[in-house]
Structures are given as structure tokens and as C-alpha cells.
Design a protein around this ligand. Structure first.
Ligand code: ZN
Length: 136
């Protein structure tokens, strides 16, 4: 099996502060990190649920893919990220099996992880991210 576990679930939100309130005040989770990911034009907030994280994504520009996603579909689940080992190898492996890739090569994502996205047209409509912790 390629994935080890669900690393995080990415959720598109219009307003990070407003959304954080739900996770903190209702679900009792604690936001442990807020980070700007400049090249993706998003601001992210992270929560942990066991081994899995919730990643809230707020667009910082109209050009952001998150802004376009919210415009089309509204706020909600944006992507699922699986933890994998040997990211580059795993991207190549699924591509050989006919999966369209958004990222042919691994790149840097939030939290210092190496990431690569699979195209939702090949994954049953679920934008799928593979990520690898380089410090593990
Ligand atoms: Zn993600």
C-alpha cells in the first residue's frame, strides 16, 4: 500500500480566524500553528487529531487556487493528504499506473513537508496530496 496514514485533511475557508473558533470552541481542539504559504497564496492553520491534522486554508489572493475553489464550490473539504515514504518514487509509481499528476516533481509545502498533488480527474474527484516528512 502506498499511503501510511492520513497526514491531514485540507479545508478551504473564507476567514481563518472565524473558522478557528469552531475547531477551538466547539470541538475543543487547539490551533498550534498559523503559517503563510506564499507560493500557494494561502494562510494555513493547523490542528492535530491523533496522528492526523486538520489544515485550514484561507486564500490571501484572488489568484489563489483556494479562492477559485471557494468561488466554485463554497467552503469545505478541499483535499486529502496521505503520508508516504519516498515521495518522488511514489509519484512516479502512480503516474505509471495512469494517474494524472498536478506535481510531477515533489515540492515544498506547509510545515516543511515535501508534497505532490494528484489530479482529481484521476482520483474520483478527490484532490489528493502525497506528503513526506524529510526530517523523519
Ligand atoms: Zn495539504
Amino acid at each position: 500500500m502506498i499511503p501510511n496514514y492520513i497526514e491531514h485533511i485540507g479545508i478551504a475557508v473564507k476567514n481563518l480566524e472565524e473558522s478557528i473558533k469552531y475547531y477551538e470552541n466547539i470541538l475543543g481542539m487547539k490551533c498550534y500553528s498559523i503559517e503563510d504559504v506564499v507560493d500557494q497564496k494561502v494562510r494555513t492553520a493547523f490542528f492535530k487529531v491523533g496522528q492526523t491534522k486538520i489544515e485550514l486554508l484561507e486564500p490571501t489572493s484572488e489568484e489563489s487556487t483556494i479562492a477559485k475553489f471557494i468561488e466554485k464550490k463554497g467552503e469545505g473539504v478541499h483535499h486529502i493528504a496521505f503520508s508516504v515514504d519516498n515521495l518522488s518514487e511514489k509519484l512516479k509509481l502512480v503516474e505509471e499506473k495512469g494517474v494524472a499528476l498536478i506535481d510531477k516533481n515533489a515540492r515544498k509545502g506547509a510545515e516543511g513537508l515535501n508534497i505532490g498533488f494528484l489530479h482529481p480527474k484521476s482520483t474520483g474527484g478527490v484532490l489528493t496530496e502525497f506528503c513526506e516528512n524529510p526530517n523523519k
